[in-house]
Structures are given as structure tokens and as C-alpha cells.
Design a protein around this ligand. Structure first.
Ligand SMILES: [Zn+2]
Ligand SMILES: [Zn+2]
Length: 343
């Protein structure tokens, strides 16, 4: 099968690998209909995050089931399925409490040793019953809906989680730090949660133009915005970048008694700014999204027509052209690329 591997930092290759087979009776195989390139794949691409050489990459996918192990109960060959970026058993204590990304027998597509990458024609899915969510038949016959289901498994779930951990609800004044696809998804999710004043802070004009649901878009390269944001006393700041600078910024901007929620993968962060947090009663929560927990709610909204985040995808490529998508996203000329194995 065709698959995408990270040969070394900066070197994405489209290669032929053996088709994956079922390894455990709880596995399923999925033929990938569409796969996303994620901002977190870029951390590996640029060498900031470590990967084994020739690691098959990618963790965002949707598709249809082509084989199931003997112990898989809730899925059949031919089912169209949505998937979160990590697999989870649904039975261990963290899974039962909804922390599916902490599954004691879980792992991450495109990252955990031995796991297949999603930017491939086929993916083996461990704990298929706990991980995959069957879709109404025909869901993936529509390209826009397919893109939305794909986004639900990571970007939308992560935006949704930012809203959750930062305590965004009706009437919340919130600031979203970051104009990448997760930041823009967080804007959409904050609006759905009832936030009334949403400011997005970034510095890519073309991207911020897509933040249509924000009340205010602030270019971090302009002047005067910092004092303005502090004066606006936001209840919640959603850090969708995760560097030491953005988290420090989030803590300095949030109002007294407010909460900072960090869903950007932390890079270079050593300590929290505890003195400011203590002085101003600021809470801070970090967290990888338990994406599987949010999938049913997001898919209901997508299939019901009330959620359309397809504006987050501005590039469609054939699977074999994955390297082009990585290069464009690294140069920031593309916000988010989707790869289509069947062209
Ligand atoms: Zn991702
Ligand atoms: Zn589990």
C-alpha cells in the first residue's frame, strides 16, 4: 500500500509498504478515505519532536472498515467510520472516566512504536470497538462532510477540549491564542458554548481572515493590543500554541479568577508563571484532548448540519503528494491540507 513516512526531519516520502494485517482479535483494518496533515505532524517534520527514522506518519483519518478481528462486536466490514487520533480500549479506568487519550492500553497513530500512520491507504486500528465510531451509511459520500468528520477526530475535538478545560460557557469573555487550525476551531467551539466576546490573537492575516466567528481579530505584530486585552479582563484564555511565550502571555492577559486552558502541545515550557497565578487567582489546565469522548457530540452536529468547519481546510492533495502539503504548511502558505488516497 501507499504510505507516508518521515525518513528524517524535513524529509517526507511517499513509499510502498506492506498492507497491514490484523494482529489482535480486537483489531480492525480501515481503508482510508481522507487523511489530514496536522500541526503536530509539523513539529516532527521540523525536527522539534522526535520520531523514529522512517516512522509512518499521520493520525487523522476517516474511512471504511475492510476487516475485523474475531472479537470485534460493534463494527462490520463496509462500515464508514470516524476515528480519534489515538486508540483506546473503552474498558480501563481512564477510558471509563472519559480520559480516552490516557487509555492504559492505548497509543497514537503515526507515533507509537509499531503503529501505522494515517497518511496511508490502510490503517490497522487496535481496540477497534473502543476507538472507531460507525457513521450513518453514505456519510462519506459527500466531500465536505468527509472533511468535517476528519476534523472531528482531532482539530475540532481539541478545540472542544480547550473550551472544556478553560471553563468557557454562556457569556464567557475569551481570548484564543493562535491562528492555526486548532485556534480557529477553538473559536468555533467557544461560540457554540455561548461565549459572548471572543478575541483571536495571531499574526497570519490570511488565516485570521478565516476566524469569522470571532468578535475581534488582533494581529500580534501590531501595537497596543496587549494593554487592550488586559483591560478586557477575559474570563478564559485558550492557548492553542503551547510555547513558553504563549502560555506566559495567556497568564498575563487573563482576568483575575480566570482560567487558562492549554491544548497546544507544550514545547520549551519548564515552569508555570506561578507568582502571577497566585497573585491573581488564575487557574491553568493543560491537556491532550480525549478526542474519542467528544466524537459522538461532534458527529451529531456535523451530520445534523449545525457544524461545518470545512473552512479550516484550504488544500486538497492526492496521498502521493503529501510532501507538498508538509512543505506548504511549514511555509504557512497552507493552513491545513487533506490527503485523498483514491485521488
Ligand atoms: Zn493532529
Ligand atoms: Zn482504555
Amino acid at each position: 500500500m501507499r504510505s507516508t513516512v518521515l525518513a528524517a526531519p524535513g524529509d517526507i516520502r511517499s513509499v510502498e509498504l506492506d498492507d497491514p494485517g490484523l494482529q489482535a482479535p480486537t483489531d480492525a483494518l480501515v481503508r482510508v478515505r481522507a487523511a489530514g496533515i496536522c500541526g503536530s505532524d509539523l513539529w516532527a517534520f521540523t525536527g522539534v519532536a522526535q520520531r523514529a527514522a522512517m516512522q509512518a506518519i499521520g493520525h487523522e483519518f476517516v474511512g471504511e472498515v475492510t476487516a475485523v478481528g474475531a472479537e470485534v462486536r460493534g463494527l462490520r466490514v463496509g462500515d464508514e467510520v470516524a476515528a480519534p487520533f489515538s486508540w483506546s480500549c473503552a474498558e480501563c479506568p481512564p477510558c471509563r472516566e472519559g480520559w480516552t487519550s490516557s487509555c492504559s492500553d492505548g497509543g497514537f497513530f503515526g507515533r507509537t512504536s509499531g503503529a501505522g500512520g494515517a497518511q496511508s491507504e490502510f490503517v490497522r486500528v487496535p481496540h477497534a470497538d473502543g476507538t472507531l465510531l460507525p457513521l450513518p451509511p453514505g456519510t462519506l459520500s459527500d466531500e465536505r462532510r468527509t472533511v468535517n468528520v476528519l476534523l472531528a477526530g482531532d482539530v475540532l475535538a481539541t478545540g472542544r477540549h480547550a473550551v472544556e478545560i478553560a471553563g468557557v460557557g454562556a457569556g464567557t469573555r475569551c481570548v484564543v491564542v493562535g491562528d492555526g487550525s486548532v485556534g480557529l476551531a477553538a473559536v468555533t467551539m467557544a461560540r457554540r458554548a455561548g461565549a459572548t466576546h471572543i478575541t483571536v490573537l495571531g499574526h497570519h492575516r490570511a488565516r485570521m481572515a478565516r476566524a469569522g466567528e470571532a468578535d475581534r481579530v488582533v494581529d500580534s505584530r501590531s501595537t497596543g493590543w496587549f494593554d487592550d486585552l488586559v483591560r478586557s479582563r477575559p474570563d478564559a484564555v485558550l492557548d492553542c500554541v503551547g510555547t513558553a511565550d504563549t502560555t506566559d502571555l495567556a497568564v498575563s492577559v487573563v482576568g483575575d479568577g480566570g482560567t487558562v486552558g492549554v491544548v497546544g502541545v507544550p514545547h520549551g515550557v519548564r515552569t508555570a508563571p506561578v507568582a502571577a497565578m497566585f497573585r491573581h487567582n488564575i487557574g491553568i489546565r493543560y491537556g491532550i484532548a480525549p478526542a474519542r469522548r467528544y466524537l459522538p457530540e461532534l458527529l451529531d452536529s456535523i451530520t445534523g448540519g449545525s457544524l461545518d468547519a470545512s473552512f479550516l481546510v484550504d488544500r486538497h492533495l492526492e496521498l502521493r503528494d503529501a510532501a507538498k502539503g508538509y512543505a506548504e504548511m511549514a511555509e504557512r502558505t497552507t493552513l491545513k491540507a487533506v490527503l485523498w488516497p483514491q485521488g
